[in-house]
Design a protein around this ligand. Structure first.
Ligand code: ZN
Length: 234
């Protein structure tokens, strides 16, 4: 049969563990939010990178178009000169130049077609990426709102839980309060009050001394586990 004081001590631990679990939740929110923001940021960066790659392709295409225009102008110039020259070898030389220019234009046009295909594919990919990204970001933002709500809710719960703990604390004799605080400092990991199971502590699972075994049955006393120092009761 537990004494009233010991029952109150168990209530105190219960309230304390509740406070601690809310505190642990509250600690996880900033980390979870940070992760969501990082995922969002990574998507945006990926999108910007793909957009820049398309810009580079566009610049290359424009360069090719510019070169082709220059070569065509040159070809017209040589053709005009062909009409004006009198010597046969000059005519031949110009003909050679014109053929070279034509080959050059045709090569660059092939490159242009290749770039155009790449550009069109890139635009398609970017469009579908943007669609997925928009859906994902909307989802992350929803999750962020939920986390913010939960965080606020937990803060409210924490205030309530602390009040409950304080009430349980002031309802308990100083001797028990001090013993509990002392064990908490020494043990650090909950629970701090545990049942004796047969001859062993139910938390560290080690055998306790004969004195501790008999004293744990008298819950007007504070009995510690010889091994882990937690408060024992039977
Ligand atoms: Zn123990």
């Amino acid at each position: 049969m537990l004494t009233d004081d010991f029952k109150k001590l168990l209530i105190l631990q219960d309230k304390d563990l509740h406070v601690r679990s809310i505190e642990a939740d509250l600690k996880s929110y900033p980390q979870d939010k940070k992760q969501l923001l990082a995922k969002k940021e990574a998507l945006i960066q990926q999108f910007e990178k793909a957009k820049n790659e398309l810009k580079v392709l566009e610049v290359k295409m424009n360069e090719r178009a510019g070169t082709i225009a220059e070569l065509r102008a040159k070809r017209i110039k040589y053709k005009t000169q062909q009409i004006e020259v009198k010597r046969n070898e000059d005519l031949q030389a110009l003909e050679q130049e014109i053929l070279k220019i034509q080959q050059n234009i045709s090569d660059i046009e092939d490159e242009e077609i290749q770039l155009m295909i790449e550009l069109e594919d890139g635009k398609e990919n970017l469009k579908s990426f943007e669609e997925t990204m928009t859906t994902d970001i909307a989802q992350y933002e929803d999750e962020l709102l939920v986390l913010n709500d939960r965080e606020k809710e937990s803060e409210g719960h924490l205030n309530e839980a602390r009040k409950d703990f304080d009430a349980a604390n002031s309802d308990l004799s100083q001797k028990f309060v001090r013993a509990y605080e002392h064990v908490k400092r020494q043990v650090r990991r909950a629970p701090f009050i545990v049942e004796l199971q047969g001859v062993t502590c139910s938390e560290c699972h080690l055998k306790v001394s004969n004195e501790a075994q008999s004293s744990a049955r008298d819950t007007s006393l504070i009995t510690h586990c010889d091994q882990c120092n937690r408060i024992l009761y039977k």
